[in-house]
Write a protein that binds this ligand. Sequence first.
Ligand SMILES: C[S@@+](CC[C@H](N)C(=O)[O-])C[C@H]1O[C@@H](n2cnc3c(N)ncnc32)[C@H](O)[C@@H]1O
Length: 415
Amino acid sequence: MAKWTAEELVSFVAKVLYEVVQNELTLDYAFQKVKRRWRALESFKVFYDASFDAVRHYYFLRFAASKLFGSSGAKAAAKAWFLYRADSLLYNKELVARYRKRLLKRALAKPEDVEKALEELRGDPARYLSVKYSYHPAIVETLLRYLPLGEVERLLEAGNTTWMWLRINTFKVDVDKGLKLLEQEAEVEPHPHIPFMVLVKKASKPIQYLSAVKTFAAIPQDLASVYTVLALDPRPGDSVLDLAAAPGMKISLATQIAEGKLKVVAADVSRKRVARMRHLLKALGAYQYVDVVHADSRKLAARRFDKALLDAPCTSSGAFTKDPGVKIYPRVERARQYSQLQLQLLTRALQLAEEVVYAVCSILPEEGEEVVSKAGARAEKPLAELAPSYWGDIGGRTFPHIHRSEAFFISRLRP
Ligand SMILES: C[S@@+](CC[C@H](N)C(=O)[O-])C[C@H]1O[C@@H](n2cnc3c(N)ncnc32)[C@H](O)[C@@H]1O
């Protein structure tokens, strides 16, 4: 039997929604904040999953709530979550049926009326898709500017899935051993072309508790992040500068691919994140190959490198498969500020290396195509597997409906 009631679950979800929508917190931060003030429960897993799902479907829930309960506030949206989504998440079907019945009894309209109202939006594709798949209208409008309607719909639908990719850390185990370890606790699908990447299809426990993950034999890393490193093409003997390196996920993969035979400088401006990077690199077994530097890379004084990686600070508006909060609040208005910083960092990277890979976890052209086209360098799409960029051959993009990944822009530039 559940040790909580449906009302409590709805209240909890409403509070998380409020924190994400009104205070612009990330889902995880909002969840922790609400949890701290909640009465003790044995496990908050259901509460976390429900909150994640409600944030992911927020625009639709808000729309449904205004029809059903005459309000688009967080509490009404949380009730709509229960009506529409609880069945797919909760095992206790009796509890779901009972509370749904109560909610429907008090509702001002029927779920069929919500469907009808949604259909009526079809004439305005941006609004229709924004409500149906729950994305901030600015995300949908941006995509519709560059991609055909059918493709935008496939992308938005796929963006409501989380793919858990793991990278086998060959500093700890070889790929075969890593796979065997993972297969003891999870159902995994190896990537068809990238031997050290596996997709977790089903696991006996949360990913972070799998023994391969606890021992750093496998590390959660999105495929888009891996494509960025493949674009850099690190080879034994290369000298590599990472200008925005913390916490070190990409640079550790670069050293892994080159079997530790790179000369690497990894810089980052955040002291806290540099400390995390040292810790992570040590845990992964990659620390001895990397020279970690705390610096503002716009002013970095260094020798010349063969290759540079700039995984730029950004709005993270392409991270919606992992953090559904960015679908509600994609910080679009901050893209302009970021693009200035991105261009300054890219300019410095081009002064310091023969070849630069520029990557950004953003669906906005202001942070991708626009930055590389202002850099005054030859820019190209670095990997055939990438989708075309919004502006042609100056870079490529990863998308959830094509790559089962986050949405990144990736380009290779030569001064
Ligand atoms: C997208 S994150 C990098 C993630 C990292 N490449 C990885 O794969 O783990 C962007 C990083 O840029 C850093 N950053 C922002 N401004 C910077 C600057 N002026 N110089 C150096 N690093 C900067 C941030 O502290 C942040 O760690």
